[in-house]
Write a protein that binds this ligand. Sequence first.
Ligand code: UD1
Length: 436
Amino acid sequence: MREYLEIEGGYPLKGEIPISGAKNAVLPALAATLLAPGTYRFTNWPRLLDLYTMLELLSHLGARIESRGPVLEVDTVSAEGVEAPYELVRRMRASILVLGPLTARFGRARVALPGGCPIGKRPVDFHLRGLERLGARIEIRHGYILARAEDGLSGAEIVFDVPSVTATENLLMAATLARGKTEIRNAAREPEVVFLGEMLRAMGARIEGLGTDHLVIYGRSELEPPREPLRIIPDRIEAGTYLMLPGITGGEITLAGVEPAHLETPILRLKEAGLEIEAEGDRLYARARRPLSPLKIVTAPYPGFPTDLQAQIMVLLTQAEGLSLITESLFEERFHHVFELRRMGAEIELDERTAIVRGPVRLQGAEVEANDLRASACLVLAALGAEGVSRIYGLEHLDRGYEKIEAKLSALGAKIVRKSYEGHQAFGPCGAGPRD
Ligand code: UD1
């Protein structure tokens, strides 16, 4: 049985949405549990498909997982496996995050090579070159990355061509157990990287420069699990997605349990478009002033405008008066949603990496399907603002990154229900590829 969301759009939404723990923070944090045997505890962890995939991978490696009420407990005392099988990596490319910890701790790892579809080539060369710089020998055999460092890793200087989030995380983790000093230049500065760095510090690692593009790590011979449970930081992408709602559906919303500082750029840009947004502690209050103004957006690594909100802001800009330009600078093929939005009446042209959005248009409900996580979220937003009924297929993507989406939206007054149907997985050119 497969599922779709049926949404009757056109109703203003009003109320409060609790924001979940961040998918992109919990995944590296779970991978980091492989660096030292012991018991790790996490709170504010999101119940997401990607998290369950990572837990499956950890238990495949020998870890024991238990959820005790609000606490997720991971015991890595008997986690001695070193192989991440294709079956799991194909479901979630972030599985590559175990490569650094396994190589650093056990001196070897065998991790399936992630594919490239569906939002661009998405190579892993930075991860591999970085590990080579740390002294690992890397081979690609039969679709698997084989990493070997029998005598352990040694500190080195690593420079990225462009900042990569998971490559920074992988090498940061590996460097904590390497001999001597490692420097990572042009490192990613995302809050999720900082969160991982803080976890590693709580495990005994010595790291300088967190939150900057120059990380310095002094390796240790061993680490230990943090003494206190770790609270997963709020999901800034989930929060940013819902923050668009007042501009798309009208009404007013409050996001609860957010970190407004992590959303500085999206908040600034949404204010320019005409949203009124106020922050108070860990809450954000938003409503929209119509008509919305068009924007020029270029996605960039943090603290720039996140590529993971590109699809969602495109929906908002279909409601702005005039021409908006959205340039995707990270992932060359992250525009699949444009074709679906057009089917809902949006007027969007593509010029290589730039989408030209003409607004305002009244979106119309339609049957649509997305092939990646954020594109599916954008279709939900579009359906909520559209006239009539939409059906959104491909929920296996949405469920990877949005916890209880229909419950959260129903609480705001949205008419949204999940339904089942008999069907098969779509296998287009990118249909079954791994997602962000
Ligand atoms: C992470 C996020 C994803 C987000 C992306 C960009 C996680 C689990 N996923 O993905 O949600 O969309 O950051 O913010 O945190 N690159 C290379 N070679 C490499 C690695 C990356 O050329 O080895 C390039 C990529 O093609 C891309 C850029 O670097 O153009 C940044 O991508 P990267 O930050 O690595 O994305 P992910 O870490 O995969």
